[in-house]
Design a protein around this ligand. Structure first.
Ligand SMILES: CC(=O)N[C@H]1[C@@H](OP(=O)(O)OP(=O)(O)OC[C@H]2O[C@@H](n3ccc(=O)[nH]c3=O)[C@H](O)[C@@H]2O)O[C@H](CO)[C@@H](O)[C@@H]1O[C@H](C)C(=O)N[C@@H](C)C(=O)N[C@H](CCC(=O)O)C(=O)O
Ligand SMILES: Nc1ncnc2c1ncn2[C@@H]1O[C@H](COP(=O)(O)OP(=O)(O)OP(=O)(O)O)[C@@H](O)[C@H]1O
Length: 492
């Protein structure tokens, strides 16, 4: 494609060279530049992409997009813009021919429940034999294949390329998780959303957003982008704020909930350890359904999915069939071992609210003790300390015994993280043991688990590695539990 076509519609300042050249690729990472490519230099959180321009030119970049003044070889076209990340999204959409114009795109945002809700929606589409692609924390799912992503919401270039592949493979519907990072960093800019869904908002990611207000404003952007429908949880405090903000916009507003008045709601809810039965009410009728993933959180997630399917013209029976067909969600309240006396559950709860909900859900169905294995990754400084403190408090208040261990300590001192968590557990008079090594922590939890106890491994969910320092170490909790139980002679 000609550079002039790639740049169409973008405000820029041509500092050197011309736009009359054929471009073969786009890259925002110098290591991925190829011959006759465009390199977009981004000022990142850790390094400045402008430092890698020479490397990009060496690898064949014939044009660079920059925010800063740079001096390079005369043969290279230099284009200056105000915001490189936004420019990257713009040129990526141009390069891949605005694929979202040719598909039905559903975006879901909120602190918790995004992945779970996308799996309910996918199940409804799958059961009705309608094609749907999925982009989120577990990866990109298309035509039965899963490709892992670095981020829940990929960078705009990767995203537009994925959309283009979906369109080419006749995947007409796409359901994607939209993180607040993505909204702030323009990863989804120039994507056309038909429907936006809001789950809930509780403290998280406050290292990027300075306050809950900022965090909320970032999430709210998605609802200003959607063209047709905005679907909002009416029982969430921030959901109510969002309703007020978007009720007069063009897209039709559909609310869902259990307690507050809503368009889509649940009544006669009956909880059990295996799942929940409730009467689903939609604007066009009601039907009794069974949700096979337990807890009130999955009543909310299935309601969000039902609302989304309703606006996409699925019948009540199609919605029921799809929701009932979902038997488990990878790493979300997943029972990985069960016998007459014991249960081991893996859950991705890694925020204060999610941990509280996971523990209260389990409490309803646990005769014995809840033994919680958990750690907290959180950024350094006050934001990190507050998160560790909040999760430590929840552990002490809602679990019977906490084995405090590592999550993904990344670049921080793992011992210090544990000490900060334990401070809060002690303040609440919780019973605990500190075991730095996560495998040993799991071993310990299993060794003290008695009749009717449940061991909850929280925080890592579907993940298959642990990040300690700059090393990513294989760590698959399901496999580790199997291994330990085999060693104990419990499994063969
Ligand atoms: C904090 C954050 O959001 N960081 C994202 C950001 O990276 P960054 O700005 O730090 O990049 P950087 O390392 O400083 O590099 C700056 C630029 O130089 C380039 N570079 C770098 C090295 C080199 O040799 N050559 C080169 O050109 C880089 O490609 C980049 O363009 O831009 C990158 C490219 O898009 C992202 O992959 C990266 O996500 C990191 C991996 C991350 O962990 N992000 C998390 C916090 C995140 O975004 N999470 C959300 C929410 C998840 C949830 O729902 O909870 C998500 O959507 O995943
Ligand atoms: N509706 C909900 N409300 C509160 N907590 C929830 C809800 N749904 C799931 N959770 C909890 O949050 C954890 C993460 O769930 P899920 O992966 O669906 O959320 P997410 O928004 O995609 O999070 P992430 O983007 O971090 O993956 C679950 O393991 C569960 O403990």
């Amino acid at each position: 494609m000609l550079l002039s076509e790639i740049m169409k519609g973008l405000q820029f300042n041509l500092k050197n060279g011309d736009l009359d050249k054929e471009i073969k690729s786009i890259a925002y990472d110098s290591r991925e530049v190829t011959q006759n490519g465009v390199f977009v230099a981004i000022q990142g959180f850790t390094v400045d992409g402008h430092h890698f321009i020479d490397k990009a030119v060496e690898l064949g970049a014939s044009a660079v997009i920059v925010e800063k003044d740079v001096s390079i070889d005369d043969s290279v076209t230099v284009i200056q813009v105000n915001d490189s990340r936004n420019a990257l999204a713009h040129i990526s959409a141009n390069y891949y021919n605005h694929p979202t114009e040719d598909m039905n795109l559903i975006g879901i945002t909120g602190t918790n429940g995004k992945t779970s809700t996308t799996y309910f929606i996918k199940s409804i589409y799958d059961q009705a034999q309608k094609s749907i692609g999925l982009i989120g924390t577990i990866g990109t799912v298309m035509n039965g294949q899963i490709i892992q992503n670095k981020n829940t919401t990929p960078e705009s270039l990767n995203l537009q390329q994925t959309f283009e592949r979906m369109v080419k493979h006749d995947v007409q519907n796409c359901m994607m998780e939209v993180s607040s990072h993505a909204l702030c960093l323009d990863r989804v800019a120039y994507s056309r959303f038909n429907t936006a869904v809001f789950t809930n908002l509780t403290p998280d990611h406050l290292e990027l957003h300075n306050s809950m207000e900022d965090y909320f404003n970032a999430k709210a952007k998605l609802f200003e982008m959607a063209q047709d429908f905005n679907i909002v949880n009416a029982d969430d405090t921030y959901g109510q704020k969002l309703i007020k903000r978007v009720e007069n916009l063009n897209p039709t507003l559909i609310t869902y909930g259990i307690d507050e008045k809503a368009d889509v709601y649940a009544t006669n809810i009956e909880y059990s350890s295996e799942g929940t039965e409730y009467t689903l009410h939609l604007p066009n009728g009601k039907i009794r359904i069974q949700v096979n993933v337990p807890g009130i959180i999955n009543v909310y997630n299935s309601l969000a999915a039902a609302a989304c399917a309703y606006v996409n013209d699925f019948s009540l029976t199609d919605i029921k069939r799809g929701i009932e067909a979902l038997q488990n969600i990878k790493g979300r309240f997943e029972v990985i071992y069960k016998d007459r006396d014991n249960k081991v559950v893996v859950d991705f709860a890694h925020t204060e609210d999610a941990l509280k909900k996971a523990l209260t859900t389990l409490r309803n169905f646990t005769k014995g003790r809840i033994i919680l294995v958990f750690g907290v990754y959180a950024p350094p400084g006050d934001v990190g300390r507050e998160k560790r403190h909040a999760m430590g408090k929840v552990a002490a208040q809602y679990a019977d015994y906490a084995v405090v261990t590592s999550d993904n300590p990344k670049d921080q001192d793992p011992n210090l993280i544990l000490e900060e968590i334990v401070e809060a557990v002690e303040e609440e008079n919780g019973t605990y043991k500190m075991v730095l090594d996560r495998k040993q922590a799991i071993e310990y939890a299993l060794s003290i688990s008695g009749k009717d106890d449940v061991v909850l491994l929280a925080g890592k969910g579907h993940e298959t590695s642990q990040v300690i320092g700059d090393k990513e170490i294989p760590f698959n909790e399901k496999e580790i539990v199997k291994e330990i139980l085999k060693e104990k002679g419990i499994l063969i």
